[in-house]
Design a protein around this ligand. Structure first.
Ligand code: DPP
Ligand code: ZN
Length: 876
């Protein structure tokens, strides 16, 4: 496979205005008849090219132009294309019949069957596995779809848009439905579903007074578990009207939950298809984290209707145009529905763990990549989460109103378009008059900028000079970089911890935001009465790392009293990270450090403040993860030492704050019936955070408390939390809990993944052999992405100490799984392989073992383009 480059983009030579599909669903031989209205693209006149359609894994039965069948010599067929050598000069109709095999389709792209349900996945390039087509997002057509299937196997038949007609066929065993989507769309948004599913229904009245029928289709018997998703959908629809003035545009909105799905969910026009783990929830089966994820993913896919569907992407290099923007929108929704500060903490934590790690290794790429071999490899934390940060920075630079005006202009100017990132940014420039040309470097330069900050205080002049330098380390293919436009929201704290008035170069700085645009810049604050403590990057105003030499006292002041609660958390988190890095160093050199005790006490006083909401206090109590520490250390990492340091600090905090944690554990117990709302979830989170630290202390009482927490849990949040902790400790208590969990949930295909993951994540020495046994378990299957993610993904991505065993057996196991998976589902295989991306940062012994594992993959025959691309980039 050859790379595709952004610079080679050309408009399509042909356009397809209308698509009529007639799909007759059969398990192993589904017939697809497609009738296309084709014409030459007026924007590409002068380019007399043959019509070349994309198509893969298809059996071609017939082709006709304007009703006349084509002979073999009139077209050329390869594994990936169908080229028509002679086409009429004016508009024409193209009829193509193909056959596909849904049952055999384990790549889960195109039409496949999941748990007997026919469903489809077309983003990014799955439509070419259904029929020959111009499978690119800048070809927009209206679709009419006739579906036909056995009534018994598929009583429900769904496609995009509105239902036109349905009926039974002569003979009575088969039926059909005709759906029409009036909105022109690219083929990646096409979808169909056929199956025996049960709906829950509701309606939504839009702001202009239209009624929309809503339905969520799930497995029979699981209807009650779709209630939260429905509630989330209605709140999302309302929010998009209020916050962005966006109204829904069809008479129906359907969601279908399926078991086997490569992604989390898919925003097909009017027919979203979801991984069932992101729809099904009840207090007994889903954790608060899952309730939260359902709310945000339902919102995300719904918000795509405007940012993604009404305005789509010109080409796949522009993926962040819809994904970064839509993540930003779902983050804002969650912030409004829940605690904005806690939401920001969760989002930033995720950004650092996934995106910063990606940016620091061989898979680093710009938010708008310049080339790819397999586009599926670019559905990344960089495109999504960093992409969202770029939109957030635009909002910070322009302010809330300026940002809204830019968005309004974007919707007005580009509705119905396949647009580009440049066009998006231009809307904000045109609406505000602000020049964003330097800012646009964020889309093309990869890597996490490093800010080195220094504050010098002149007590005679009462001036504080904040000097900031930006360092832009090389990333693959980008040896040197230009300085970026970095918005820094900041405050200066006086000795009592209060905010001082900010006067920048003598003028009041109202919004507290300065723009760093040069490599090195000094911001001069006047009328500063005493030496201040800087609070930088409030609310995480830019996706950067900051180095600022703060004394312990300064860090403690920020932790205790920063008025920006995000930064109060950030100070605690940075303090914890610094403490952990020091103790890893101490373990390496055999020296002792007392830093931990000081940190624990500071943490105690911060958490004690009961004016703070429980969810926030829970975030304070969560230490940085082992992978965060590994990323900060950056080279010659020994994951075993990181793990030890982490355990020691947890234990020390548990011991030092014991009585406080015991109080919290008691006080935060559920007071009434379960409710998934943010306030109740926050109390559970704080209680479980306290439990975690107490369990780390490890006295017999603590272990008994943990076992009891499992045994008496009345909801999945508490039960799963205890299960992970117990599985991480081992012993009789772990066995009892795991056996009980298995016995209770073995028949539940979603919930049982928690049982798999809890074992795969255990840092105990026997975990790899356990994981090897789990992939042989009857409930495990390599063809089910959720199972692969629960076992292989959890082991490789969330169990640093056992995955990175010094003997390399963890890497060898991953290699075996990647090679086996690559024959089944290349997209998931490539994902799993990505867990090795930080191998170069390991100490030399493990590094050599990881290299060997990667080389074994690189040498394997007939790799998919997906895996081939990742292994080449990771080894480069
Ligand atoms: N379904 C994926 C998402 O919504 C890709 N579009 O992000
Ligand atoms: Zn998306």
């Amino acid at each position: 496979a050859r790379p595709v480059h952004l610079k080679d983009y050309r408009p399509p030579a042909y356009l397809i205005d209308r698509v009529n599909l007639d799909i007759s669903l059969e398990p192993t031989r589904t017939r697809v008849h497609s009738k296309l209205a084709v014409r030459a693209n007026p924007k590409a006149v002068g380019r007399r090219e043959p019509l070349r359609l994309d198509g893969e894994h298809l059996e071609l039965a017939s082709i006709a132009i304007d009703g006349r069948p084509l002979a073999k010599k009139d077209y050329k067929l390869t594994d990936t294309t169908l080229t028509l050598t002679k086409t009429p000069s004016g508009p024409f109709t193209l009829d193509i019949t193909t056959f596909v095999n849904p049952e055999a389709n384990k790549a889960l792209q195109g039409i496949y069957r999941s748990n007997k349900v026919y469903c489809s996945q077309c983003e990014a390039e799955g439509f070419r596995r259904i029929t020959y087509f111009l499978d690119r997002p800048d070809v927009l057509a209206t679709y009419t779809v006739r579906l036909e299937a056995d009534i018994a196997a598929a009583p429900i038949l769904l496609a995009n848009g509105n239902l036109l007609e349905r009926g039974t066929l002569p003979g009575g065993s088969r039926h059909y439905a005709i759906w029409r989507d009036p909105h022109p769309k690219p083929c990646y948004l096409f979808a169909i579903v056929g199956g025996n599913l049960a709906p829950i229904s509701s309606t939504f009245r839009t702001m202009s007074g239209r009624n929309v029928d809503l339905a969520i289709y799930v497995e029979h018997g699981k209807e009650a578990r779709a209630a939260w998703a429905m509630d989330s959908l209605k709140r999302s629809m309302k929010w998009d009207e209020e916050r962005f003035g966006r109204e829904y545009d069809l008479d129906v909105f359907n969601i279908v939950a399926v078991s086997d799905f490569n992604m989390g969910a898919m925003e097909n026009k009017g027919l979203n298809i979801f991984n069932d783990r992101l729809i099904l929830a009840s207090p007994e089966t889903a954790t608060d984290a899952i309730f939260e994820a359902i709310e945000s993913v339902v919102a995300h896919e719904y918000f795509h209707n405007w940012t993604g569907n009404r305005i789509t992407c010109r080409d796949w290099f522009q993926l962040c145009l819809k994904e970064g923007l839509t993540v930003y929108r779902d983050q804002e929704f969650s912030a409004d529905e829940r605690s904005a500060t806690v939401q920001r903490i969760i989002d930033v934590r995720g950004l650092k763990t996934h995106q910063f790690a990606e940016d620091a290794g061989p898979l680093a790429h710009p938010v708008r990549p310049e080339s790819y071999i397999e586009i599926n490899n670019f559905y990344t934390a960089t495109v999504y989460e960093k992409g969202a940060e770029l939109v957030r920075m635009i909002a910070t630079i322009l302010g809330r109103d300026g940002f809204r005006q830019g968005m309004d202009l974007y919707f007005e100017r580009h509705d119905g378009d396949a647009a580009t990132v440049d066009e998006f940014v231009t809307c904000f420039e045109d609406a505000s008059g602000v020049d964003l040309s330097q800012f646009k470097l964020w889309y093309s330069q990869a890597g996490t900028p490093e800010l080195i900050a220094n504050l010098r205080y002149d007590k005679d002049k009462k001036v504080a000079n904040l000097e900031v330098e930006q360092i832009l380390a090389p990333t693959p293919g980008q040896p040197s970089k230009k300085p970026m436009h970095i918005p820094i929201r900041l405050g200066l704290l006086g000795a009592n911890g209060h905010d001082l008035d900010l006067r920048l170069d003598g003028k009041p700085l109202e919004d507290g935001v300065v723009s760093l645009t040069k490599r090195k810049q000094t911001f001069r604050f006047s009328d500063v009465p005493s030496r201040p403590v800087p609070s930088l990057l409030r609310g995480f105003s830019a996706p950067v790392n900051v180095t600022l030499d703060l004394s312990d006292e300064d860090a403690e002041l920020l932790m205790a009293s920063d008025s920006d609660l995000f930064n109060r958390w950030q100070a605690a988190n940075t303090y914890a990270a610094r403490t952990l890095v020091e103790s890893v160093k101490a373990l390496t050199t055999g020296k002792r450090t007392n830093q931990g005790l000081r940190f624990a006490r500071a943490l105690g006083s911060a958490v004690q403040d009961d004016k703070l909401e429980p969810a926030y206090r829970a975030e304070l109590l969560k230490l940085p993860t082992q992978s965060d520490i590994a990323r900060i250390i950056g080279k010659n990492v020994d994951p075993a030492l990181v793990h030890r340091a982490h355990r020691q600090l947890m234990k020390l905090v548990g011991k030092t704050l014991g009585p406080l944690l015991e109080d919290l554990y008691r006080d935060m117990a559920d007071r009434g019936p379960f409710s998934p709302d943010a306030e109740s979830a926050g109390r559970r989170a704080l209680r479980n955070a306290a439990l975690t630290l107490l369990a780390a202390r490890g006295t017999p009482t603590d272990v008994a408390r943990l076992a009891q927490h499992y045994g008496t849990a009345t909801n999945m949040t508490d039960r799963a939390h205890a299960l992970f902790l117990l599985a991480g400790r081992g012993g009789t208590e772990a066995k009892v809990a795991l056996d009980d969990f298995y016995a209770t949930w073995e028949k539940d295909n979603v919930v049982i993944d928690t049982w798999f993951a809890a074992q795969a994540q255990s840092p105990l020495a026997g975990t790899l052999s356990r994981v090897k046994a789990l992939i042989k378990h009857p409930l495990f299957s390599l063809t089910a992405p959720n199972k692969v993610r629960a076992v292989v993904g959890t082991f490789a991505a969330a169990n640093p100490v056992q995955f990175n065993r010094p003997d390399g057996a963890g890497y060898a196991f991953l290699t075996d799984q990647v090679l086996a998976l690559d024959k089944i589902n290349p997209q998931i295989a490539a994902r799993m392989l990505g867990t090795l991306r930080s191998w170069r940062a390991l100490e030399s012994g493990r590094r050599a073992k990881a290299r060997k594992a990667l080389q074994r993959i690189a040498r394997a025959k007939s790799l998919s383009p997906d895996v081939q691309e990742i292994v080449l980039r990771v080894l480069e």
